[in-house]
Design a protein around this ligand. Sequence first.
Ligand SMILES: [Zn+2]
Length: 208
Amino acid sequence: MKRCSKCGIEKDESEFYKKKSHKDGLNSQCKQCVREYDEQNKERIKKYQKEYRKENAAGIKEYQLKYRIQNKGKLSNYFKEYRELEKIHISTARQAYNMQNKDNISLRKAMYYEQNKELLSKKKKDYYLKNRERILKYQKEYREQNKETISLQKKEYCAQNAERISQHYKEYREQNKDIIAKRKKNYYDKNKEHILANRKIKGVKSCQ
Ligand SMILES: [Zn+2]
């Protein structure tokens, strides 16, 4: 047992922090008194720092500004490096997570899509309608600027998906017989002379 020098209460030795410099190897004040002192002190320090910052706001600001100017290159490098490191860290962590949860994620995505199909397609449609002119203009510009690439891509796609495409057209024709016949008739009526003149030349198929 040992008596605390502050509160004067006699307490078990486990109630005192160790202090090598003391004869008995224990602090003269009990743990509770030390904690109370730290707590009070903390508030006092905090208050002091707050007052100091308030009173010296202008000076601190000036000092910080000077520091930033003097260390501009160093700091911007530091932040750049920090951001790069952070990026790598985040992307690695994300990749690892994605790898580990690949099945879960794709399942979740599919489920989300399935559950929100109508909402999503409505959103898409709304967006298109709202931005129609902008989108069409962009698409036109893109097509004009990338004519060759697009025709090449188209050819490749057609070659790779020939069977699927012809199947699709077949289904489409079967499902839309009436519309197609009507369209054909309209076209024929409008272009009668032209068609009759070119009858012998075979029509170009859609995939070209
Ligand atoms: Zn005490």
